[in-house]
Design a protein around this ligand. Structure first.
Ligand SMILES: Nc1nc2c(ncn2[C@@H]2O[C@H](COP(=O)(O)OP(=O)(O)OP(=O)(O)O)[C@@H](O)[C@H]2O)c(=O)[nH]1
Ligand SMILES: [Mg+2]
Length: 620
């Protein structure tokens, strides 16, 4: 893994000069920077270490007005090189940059006390002690301090060895994610004849020449036509470090966009964040309210992106944790690319001041019904979870999440309580008398729709996903034997009664066929003709395969449904008389009367003086 070290420190303390002394590269590339002798935008350099490994540097401006650019640089580094001039000692931006480094949670680094050619040993000792003392109050506590002169070269060898140590510490704590590349864009330029080139620090990897990348938040697919590392063309970049990508196509990204193969990176204008109070490094700075109030205007820095927004005002938008951290829902003025766990800094836009450091807790926080699940307990659990546990608490928070890898519920995972609730709901509904009593079961499609509706009242999920999940839950319950399925009918388990001998099953089939005509024989006679014993007749009836209209009158279920459909069709165009139904079905008055009576009783039809019309339960 290539490690990226970023400078930080007060203006004119010698950051750019030190990098030039170390690497031979002038990170001040803009004409204006060279003219004015100060860094304005982020710059880059790299060096080969004594052991042959290459180290990348990001150089930032120290000017107090350019903190935004400093944060672009700080948002893409693994470790920090604090620079303090021996003559000047720690100054305002030394303190401010330390505060921001702490907010970003950067824990690996070192300090260089520069310009030692301009100070006596006592003074140098004093400044070395001062910067060590300041770092001790931040995430950089315990980092080494090296005294150097970029003019004479004094101390540069010590600094190089210390940088080897920094690289090793970064590597020891970074878990590789080679299949997930993220490159937050910091620079965009055009090379005539080549098109657009973007640069950035690669997170994870691996990136290959010709790879198709997703650009967020635009949501576009863009091909990496060519890759360069340190101005050399390469086929593949495995992990980390500074990378330049020549992009195919005409679309020009902006600083702050992310090129990625990682599905966890989302375009989002809403973030759930967990905020930490910044260390108060500079007593002259105003004391900001802690925790930041709901409704506060904020400028959010994430990776190389900067975007304004506001902390939510709602009761659920801010939640305080016992350890003093605050969970805050932030609405951004425009979408940015973000992923869970990314480091953020919140600043007050004006007058500028650092409000908080922290993390993205959820880049697509629950809205709609799932929002009710975001209890203080669940949010606290989420803020404290790491690794695999965070996926579990996130599931708990949302109730349902897409699951790319799993096949659990049609590509979704369900929180335990959501699944249990759906199963309970399925059991309750199936146990109830079906609307269509003749069917002796609940139609799968209706049950699925009802369960999907129930799911959507509890958690945020679209209709199609809800239907998929409901079907998957029902299938699982059928597989487990908790529900019985017979064709498109679902029943409580065991309602079909004991299984019958094969011979009886065959006789039942025969009886069913005898009843599958519009004018069937009486049930008793048909049973005798088929040779079907009484338990077979009962089984047919309870399975919904035959529908009984009277003591000695029954139809096969399919025939009954056809007759019902015919009656419905006729009754919809004009009030239906028994004679009209008889003519339409070619059967006798006995059957027609029994049929109409049953349909009236079920509310499918209603009897009026003029004839039968569609009833209150028509069409259900
Ligand atoms: N004598 C001496 N002068 C130095 C040393 N390092 C830097 N300088 C001088 O200090 C001035 C500022 O140096 P830069 O490297 O531009 O400072 P910087 O920290 O990059 O400044 P910004 O990027 O504007 O924040 C320049 O004139 C350098 O020549 C050093 O070790 N010894
Ligand atoms: Mg500089």
């Amino acid at each position: 893994m290539s490690v990226v070290v970023g400078t930080a420190g007060h203006i004119d303390h010698g950051k750019t000069t030190l990098l030039r002394a170390l690497t031979g590269i002038d990170a001040d590339r803009l004409p204006e920077e060279r003219r004015r002798g100060m860094t304005i935008d982020v710059g880059y350099a790299h060096v080969t270490l004594p052991d042959g490994d290459e180290l990348d540097f990001v150089d930032v401006p120290g000017h107090e007005r350019l903190v935004g650019n400093m944060l672009v640089g700080a948002g893409e580094i693994d470790a920090v090189l604090m620079v303090v001039a021996a003559d000047d000692g720690p100054r305002a931006q030394t303190l401010e940059h330390l505060e921001l480094v702490d907010c970003l949670g950067i824990e690996v680094g070192l300090a260089a006390v520069t310009k030692v050619d301009q100070a006596d040993p006592a003074r140098i000792g004093e400044v070395v002690g001062a910067i060590a003392g300041l770092m001790a109050r931040t995430s950089l506590a315990g980092s080494p301090v090296i005294a150097v002169s970029s003019l004479t070269g004094q101390g540069l060898e010590d600094l190089r060895s210390a940088l080897v140590g920094v690289r090793d510490r970064v590597r020891a704590r970074t878990r590789p994610t080679p299949d997930r590349a993220r490159l937050p864009v910091d620079r965009v330029f055009t090379i005539r004849g080549r098109g657009t080139v973007v640069t950035g620090t690669l997170r994870g990897g691996r990136l290959g020449r010709g790879d198709l990348l997703r650009l967020e938040p635009a949501g576009r697919q863009i091909r990496a036509r060519e890759l360069q590392v340190h101005n050399r063309s390469v086929d593949v970049v495995d992990e980390g470090g500074r990378v330049a990508i020549n992009l195919a196509g005409a679309f020009v990204p902006s600083r702050g966009d992310v090129l990625t193969t990682d599905a966890d990176v989302l375009a989002t204008a809403r973030l759930a964040t967990v905020l930490r109070r910044p260390p108060r490094m500079d007593p002259r700075q105003p004391v900001l309210e802690w925790p930041p109030a709901g409704g506060s205007a904020v400028r959010l820095h994430l990776g190389t992106a900067t975007v304004d927004g506001r902390i939510g005002r709602g009761k659920r938008d801010v939640v305080d944790l016992p350890d003093g951290r605050r969970i805050a829902w932030i609405r951004l003025d425009r979408p940015i690319a973000a992923a869970n766990g990314e480091r953020i800094v919140l600043r007050r836009p004006s007058p500028p001041a650092t409000i908080a450091g922290g993390l993205v807790l959820d880049a697509s926080p629950p809205i709609g019904p799932s929002r009710r699940r975001a209890t203080a307990e669940r949010l606290a659990a989420m803020a404290n979870a790491t690794g695999a546990a965070s996926a579990a608490v996130r599931l708990d928070l949302h109730g349902v999440v897409p699951d790319r890898s799993g096949t659990d519920f049609g590509g979704f995972r369900l929180a335990a309580d959501v699944l249990a609730d759906m199963e309970d709901q399925a059991v309750v509904r199936v146990a109830a008398e079906p609307a269509d009593r003749s069917s002796r079961g609940h139609r799968l499609a209706e049950l699925r729709a009802a369960l999907a509706g129930h799911l959507r009242r509890g958690v945020t999920v679209d209709g199609r996903a809800a239907a998929t999940i409901a079907m998957a839950v029902l299938n699982r319950m059928v597989d487990d034997g908790r529900l019985d399925q017979d064709g498109d009918l679902i029943r409580p388990p065991g309602r079909r009664g004991p299984t019958l001998p094969a011979a009886t099953l065959a006789l039942m089939d025969r009886l069913e066929r005898l009843l599958a005509v519009t004018g069937p024989p009486g049930l008793g006679e048909a049973s005798r003709m088929a040779g079907c014993p009484p338990e077979g007749v009962r089984a047919l009836e309870s399975a919904g395969r035959i529908v009984r209209l009277g003591p000695d009158l029954a139809y096969a279920a399919s025939t009954y449904r056809d007759l019902e459909a015919t009656a419905m069709r006729l009754a919809t165009s004009a009030p239906l008389s028994p004679a009209a139904l008889r003519d339409a079905t070619g059967t006798s008055r006995k059957y027609v009367m029994a049929l109409l009576e049953e349909l009236d009783r079920r509310g499918v039809l209603a009897r009026t003086a003029a004839g039968h019309v569609p009833g209150p339960r028509a069409g259900r």
